[in-house]
Design a protein around this ligand. Structure first.
Ligand SMILES: [Zn+2]
Length: 90
């Protein structure tokens, strides 16, 4: 996902602007892994393999998100704490 693409992204629930925490990017500034957060409705959306996972709550696949959240555990926690978001229950 190109960094510039971020400006076109908004929260699918309330259309609020999203914030990004980049965990991994390539030399062309493509975001490979990261975490999008919505300060408005307190949701988070992981970026996995360069793709923002922005499915509605009821279709979220926790097993898909888990490896990323685990891999970047401390940074994920920091980011969520900053925006007062709680992780989905397992
Ligand atoms: Zn939102």
């Amino acid at each position: 996902m190109k960094k510039s693409f971020l400006q076109k992204l908004c929260c699918p629930i309330d259309k609020h602007e999203l914030e990004i925490r980049i965990f991994l990017q390539d030399e062309k500034e493509n975001i490979i892994e990261g975490l999008l957060t919505c300060p408005s409705c307190k949701r988070y959306y992981p970026v996995i393999y360069g793709i923002p996972i922005m499915t509605p709550d009821e279709y979220r696949e926790k097993s898909l998100e888990e490896p990323l959240l685990k891999k970047w555990g401390v940074q994920v926690q920091e980011e969520l704490k900053k925006t007062h978001i709680t992780l989905l229950e397992k």
